[in-house]
Design a protein around this ligand. Structure first.
Ligand code: ZN
Length: 306
């Protein structure tokens, strides 16, 4: 972020960065060379990128900023990200404070509208803070809110696409409903006293509230990530006394913290789960629906083992 600001001061213009390419975006195509009038959409991270793509179909070019494998809480944007956002018709964010780092700079650097897709979600506060937890997307029960906000905005920007957007949204929300029903069936397999998800970042609160899990993390949110000895010792105590057969680790977080927790509590890490990014190509979790399915399978396997 610092580097970019320095660059701006030196050059005095964002336009100079416009030819820098889109190496951190998802589809590798250079939308600026396309001559049709498809909507140009940028979003902050891969999970929203997937959901948005499901609704826009071929009517838009959708790219996201934070690369898979990195987390969106403190990502440092590169100049090409700003060029992409500046050129876009709209920048879709999660909101709930997730992309504050980016929204401020985008607002200063371009007049691209920023639309918060989580607007209307019933917020869960961060523990001990006067701010919401941003991870609302991790509960499929919130996705209809995201999709309806998106749908409304897309129709406003591209009225000719209304029918297609509505059809896509309806089909997608049917899949989300099936996913939701499947999760409810899966959770029944887990003994009630084992319905607790412990990971590095306490990101499963929305999921936990909707599907009956307690949650804990070494830390509350990645932007406050410290992994201090106090935080680690606290969670080691909780895990040791929990009677749980398993803990978990995220694909986007340094695994050493949970490894230390597992080593010191004797409770193994049952697997990797997806929170702040979808899976890489070939992971089987390249889409939002597949990443949630994967998570639930890992939870069920881990928490039903003896
Ligand atoms: Zn997170």
């Amino acid at each position: 972020m610092k580097k970019f600001i320095q660059g701006m001061l030196v050059t005095g213009s964002l336009l100079l960065f416009a030819g820098c390419g889109t190496e951190n975006t998802n589809d590798g195509s250079d939308a600026s060379t396309e001559e049709n009038e498809e909507l140009m959409i940028t979003t902050s991270f891969s999970v929203l990128g997937d959901i948005i793509g499901e609704i826009t179909g071929d009517r838009a070019s959708v790219e996201y900023i934070v690369p898979i494998g990195e987390e969106p809480h403190e990502y440092e944007p590169v100049p090409s990200n700003f060029a992409r956002v500046s050129d876009s018709d709209v920048f879709y964010t999660n909101g709930l404070g997730l992309e504050e780092w980016l929204e401020k700079i985008v607002a200063n650097a371009s007049d691209t509208p920023i639309v918060d897709l989580s607007a209307g979600v019933e917020e869960i506060p961060l523990e001990g803070e006067d701010a919401p937890d941003p991870h609302a997307w991790l509960s499929p029960k919130n996705i209809n809110i995201y999709v309806n906000n998106l749908l409304e905005d897309l129709i406003e920007r591209d009225p000719e696409g209304e029918e297609e957007y509505r059809e896509n949204a309806e089909a997608y929300l049917n899949e989300i409903e099936e996913l939701d029903e499947w999760i409810v069936e899966q959770v029944v397999e887990i003994p009630e006293e084992h319905r607790k998800i412990i990971v590095s970042e306490n990101a499963f609160k929305y999921f936990g509230k909707d599907y009956g899990f307690e949650t804990e993390g070494v830390w509350e949110i990645n932007s406050h990530e410290e992994g201090t000895p106090q935080q680690i010792n606290r969670i080691i105590d909780i895990v040791s006394e929990s009677g749980l057969p398993a803990v978990f680790v995220e694909t986007t977080v340094d695994k050493r913290y949970m490894e230390t927790v597992a080593d010191n509590s004797g409770v193994p890490i049952a697997g990797e789960v997806y929170t702040d990014a979808v899976g890489e190509e070939g992971s089987g979790a390249e889409t939002y629906i597949d990443m949630i399915r994967h998570n639930v399978e890992v939870f069920v396997d881990g928490l039903t083992s003896d």
